[in-house]
Design a protein around this ligand. Structure first.
Ligand code: UDP
Length: 483
């Protein structure tokens, strides 16, 4: 042993316990494992159970001898809804339960230098600001991976400046005022387009405090992974690089993942495997096969957002009144106060039967890639946005929280691939937006969507793609930093 021991890097990946970050980081984990690195993926018990129940992650990752899952409790009751309206419970659980257990695991437990396979590199969600001190004390290199959009991350970094300029918190009468405190975004960001928590009048709100901590810690790490590319988000990425010079732009990550898997014999059979926390409904793919090209609106508000019964009705009426076909992934628990039941408004039931397909959860990447999809009505989560950009599908954006208010503005004003309906919810507006994208300005939207899709594909190309280059650089740097 001793001097002859060849150090093989052991990367700990620690995502936020939510569908989007877990999906994203599992893809990164698989790419690192394909490159021969040892990887420990730290999930909460809840997330791990959902994955084991609804996906093939177990058998899929058994292909990589250096890969293992570890779990940690999230401090919430098993039946806690873990939805956006209860986000503070999730963050309290992180602070009070996960944080101390994680510290123990890394200092004395089965990830520590006292264990048989100590962790030698950490990739952590940007939200875990405590990881920076811990990694420093343990002498382990750390790279942060905030899985939100670069523009929203940049707005987070600008929060102290926005507070100084009195642009945060802001009042409703200022919603349409342009923001000057986010350099590089002065032309398109209004106050209502800032991250949702910036609307809060209480700067002591726990999430605001978390963001202020996070932005101090991220620049102390060895690097920052972003799920985007210079071709899509160049100006925002260069702003962030003034604070964090070592950025790995590996996005769109789901597309990079797909293209690397396709070229890897051992892994190519996993290409159609999802990382869903709910059961993917496959019957909707057969339904889609029977629909004409670009004729269907796909509707989903992601894994966390909730809506009221009134909002549900407005949306439903708007979609039905547009006369278009629709596939709706209506997640269990996404209607506030309604448990898993929702009533089809009787006046809509015939049209819904005729033109609609309603399921609980779909394998979204596969749905968006289907030729029948012509429009995505989305809550503008960053993963959903990227998945739509890659497939060249125009969007109607109806943002709920965190970075979604920012993303929906980018979709409309910067990439011009959709309509931002933030802060409104009425049937007439929904119908009008559908008609504008699928009828009146169809060619315009399709052409800008296909332009952005080309840039996304260029970013992950195996020859000259920036995501490929940055991913390879990340692997080399991990090897170098752990020697
Ligand atoms: N998703 C899915 N099926 C659905 C709805 C969502 O597979 O029916 C996936 C989607 O592909 C994306 C993730 O769930 O990767 C949601 O992440 P996003 O960042 O868009 O939003 P969040 O759920 O975090 O608000």
């Amino acid at each position: 042993m001793g001097n002859n021991k060849v150090k093989s890097p052991h990367v700990l990946i620690f995502p936020l316990p939510l569908q989007g970050p877990v999906n994203c980081m599992l893809k990164l984990a698989e790419l690192l494992a394909i490159n021969g690195l040892h990887v420990t993926f730290l999930n909460t018990d809840y997330i791990q159970n959902c994955l084991l129940k609804h996906t093939h992650v177990q058998s899929r990752f058994e292909n990589y001898p250096g890969f293992r899952f570890e779990t940690i409790p999230d401090g919430l009751h098993q039946h806690h809804p873990r939805t956006a309206d209860k986000f503070v419970d999730i963050t309290n659980g992180i602070e009070e339960v996960m944080r101390p257990l994680f510290i123990e695991m890394l200092t004395n437990g089965n990830l520590s230098s006292k264990s048989t396979k100590p962790v030698s590199f950490i990739i952590s969600d940007g939200f875990y600001s405590f990881a920076a001190d811990l990694a420093k004390d343990a002498g382990i290199p750390l790279v942060y991976f905030p899985t939100i959009s670069p523009c929203a991350q940049w707005a987070f970094f600008c929060l102290p400046r926005l507070i100084d300029l009195a642009e945060v918190p802001f009042k409703e009468e200022d919603y349409d005022r342009k923001v000057s405190g986010v350099p590089g975004a002065e032309n398109f960001l209004r106050q209502r387009d800032l991250p949702s928590y910036f609307r809060n009048t209480d700067l002591n709100h726990p999430i605001i405090q978390c963001i202020l901590k996070e932005i101090q810690q991220i620049p102390r790490s060895q690097g920052l992974i972003l799920n985007s590319s210079e071709l899509i988000d160049g100006p925002m990425i260069s702003q962030i690089s003034t604070l964090c010079p070592n950025i790995y732009n590996i996005g769109p990550l789901h597309s990079l993942h797909k293209s690397i898997l396709l070229s890897t014999q051992k892994a190519s059979s996993h290409i159609n495997s999802s990382n869903s926390l709910w059961e993917d409904d496959k019957s909707c793919m057969t339904w889609l096969d029977a629909q004409p090209q670009k004729s269907v609106i796909y509707i989903s508000i992601g894994s966390l957002a909730v809506m009221t019964v009134d909002q549900l009705k407005e949306l439903w009426h708007g979609i039905v009144n547009s006369g278009k076909r629709f596939l709706w992934a209506l997640r269990p628990g996404s209607i506030a106060g309604e448990d898993d039941k929702y009533a089809i408004p009787p006046e809509l039931s015939e049209a819904t039967k005729e033109r609609g397909c309603i399921v609980s959860w779909v394998f979204q990447e596969e749905v968006l890639a289907h030729p029948a999809i012509g429009l995505f009505l989305t809550h503008s989560g960053w993963n959903s946005t990227l998945e739509s950009l890659v497939e060249g599908v125009p969007m109607i954006c109806w943002p709920y929280f965190v970075d979604q208010q920012v993303n929906s503005r980018l979709v409309q004003e910067v990439w011009r691939v959709g309509i931002d309906l933030k802060d409104s919810c009425d049937r007439v507006t929904f119908e009008k937006a559908v008609r504008e994208i699928m009828e009146d300005k169809k060619d315009e939207f399709e052409s800008s969507a296909s332009k952005i899709a080309k840039l996304a594909h260029q970013s992950v190309a195996d020859q000259g793609g920036s995501a490929r280059y940055n991913f390879n650089r990340l692997v080399e740097d991990i090897r170098e930093m752990t020697q």
